[in-house]
Write a protein that binds this ligand. Structure first.
Ligand code: AMP
Length: 424
């Protein structure tokens, strides 16, 4: 603990060491995979006008009702973003990106803030990488987006991701509103058997009763009418085409009628990626189509689809699966013994870094043994060793630190070359 007792705020954490590497990898893979599918990066502010989130996420959602960090520093109310979509769509409209013709494909990554009860895989500051594809209702785009999420997990070495899929229809009277009514009629006679939270959701957000985690609610929900069986003709066709799009590429999925997602703006396709390594909070990412949101935020009627993937949960899966455990943060560690060798080593290390090699050295005047230990601890593949004898003869020792690796002594000015040859 820090001397004055100051600790990180509950539900926030620090990322360093192997975790720091995993964290960076999650963002690096996003840049690589999403750009391969034609997405451009957008970075928007971490705080926005409170009204933006209330309007887009929905007043009757857990997030807006009780999880937002809202401040009124001046006369305006601002909120730390609890998710990324609202800010991206606000930026898209503000900069008229939707008027430039065609589909707009954007990706983002960064911290999100929700005042939830912290537990494994659930933090108050967490990170997401996500995408938004704005300007098309093509079901093959839904399928492409869903497959891109799977490609992202694969890139990180996370196997065993399960894909849950559902359609919650659209705002037309005969579609979701009719389904809501059906649900209401089915639930009303048994409302007392549902948990208190569900009873509260009955009037405000009835679909959320379907994804309640309470075991007895789950049992009751199993007998309720299924949204994907009650879709209007167009939504039904759309859902069939999304499934065909996934089938065409061999993507495995489970149609799950209890999947409704927590945010109000979704229409038609909703999906979630889960992983068994995560425990209770097993959603590793999720998304869906949101054909009404752009209009809701003051733009023209525009169809869109997107997802957000949780970086901390990705890191938990990476750890459980041993991904990135053998990552080497450092290629070369320089061991210089005595003042002259220390100076000469500083020059060698600088040349290696200029040649694109990750390299570091001792700055504490430690013994040879302690410096070797440091080289091992840092996971160095090669150690450069320079003592007074070698310096006098104009030589340096290059030691392969991998199991069974040998060592050779080469002229000082050939050290960089020798290291390059020894590295994989
Ligand atoms: P959502 O916007 O709620 O669908 O979240 C998308 C993804 O972000 C989820 O599937 C989780 O992986 C992750 N996530 C959401 N809330 C949290 C949280 N409080 N802590 C950590 N990860 C979260």
């Amino acid at each position: 603990m820090a001397k004055d007792g100051i600790r990180a705020i509950e539900g926030t954490r620090d990322y360093f060491g192997v975790d720091g590497i995993r964290f960076e990898k999650a963002f690096g893979a996003a840049a690589e995979i999403f750009s391969r599918y034609g997405y451009e990066k957008i970075t928007s502010p971490v705080f926005e006008a409170t009204g933006l989130f209330a309007r887009s996420i929905g007043e009757a959602t857990d997030i807006v009702e009780k999880e937002m960090y809202t401040f009124t520093p001046g006369s305006d109310s601002i909120t730390l973003r609890p998710e990324g979509t609202a800010g991206v769509i606000r930026a898209l409209l503000q900069h008229s990106m939707h008027k430039q013709g065609g589909l707009v494909k954007l990706w983002y990554g960064g911290p999100m803030f929700r005042r939830e009860r912290p537990q494994k895989g659930r933090q108050r500051q967490f990170h997401q990488v996500g995408i938004e594809a704005v300007g098309s209702g093509d079901p093959l785009l839904d399928a492409e987006v869903i497959r891109m999420g799977l490609a992202y997990y694969e890139r990180l070495g996370i196997g065993g991701v399960r894909l849950r899929l559902n359609s919650i229809g659209c705002a037309k009277d005969e579609c979701r509103p009719a389904y809501r009514k059906l649900l209401k009629d089915a639930i009303a006679p048994k409302l007392g058997e549902f948990c208190k939270t569900c009873q509260g959701r009955f009037e405000k957000n009835i679909l959320r009763i379907l994804d309640c985690k309470n075991e007895s609610c789950k049992k009751l929900a199993a007998d309720l009418p299924k949204s994907h069986e009650k879709l209007c003709g167009e939504c039904d066709q759309h859902f069939t085409a999304v499934k065909e799009g996934l089938d065409a590429h061999g993507a495995q999925y489970d149609v799950d009628p209890t999947l409704v997602r927590g945010l109000d703006y979704y229409t038609r396709t909703v999906f979630e990626y889960t992983h068994s390594a995560l425990g209770a909070q097993d959603a590793i990412g999720g998304g869906g189509r949101y054909d009404g949101l752009v209009e809701e935020l003051g733009g023209p009627a525009t169809q869109a689809v997107g997802f957000a993937l949780g970086v901390e949960r990705i890191m938990i899966a990476m750890e459980a699966l041993g991904c990135c455990a053998c990552e080497t943060p450092l290629q070369v560690y320089g061991i210089g013994l005595g003042e002259d060798c220390h100076k000469a080593m500083a020059g060698m290390i600088a040349r290696l870094r200029n040649a694109g090699i990750s390299a570091d050295m001792d700055y504490e005047g430690k013994s040879f043994k302690a410096q070797m230990r440091a080289a091992n601890r840092r996971g160095a593949l090669v150690a450069l060793i320079l003592g007074d004898n070698e310096l006098e003869k104009g030589e340096i020792t290059v030691k392969d630190m991998r199991e069974g690796g040998g060592q050779e002594t080469v002229p000082l000015n050939a050290g960089v070359e020798a290291v390059l040859q020894m590295l994989p």
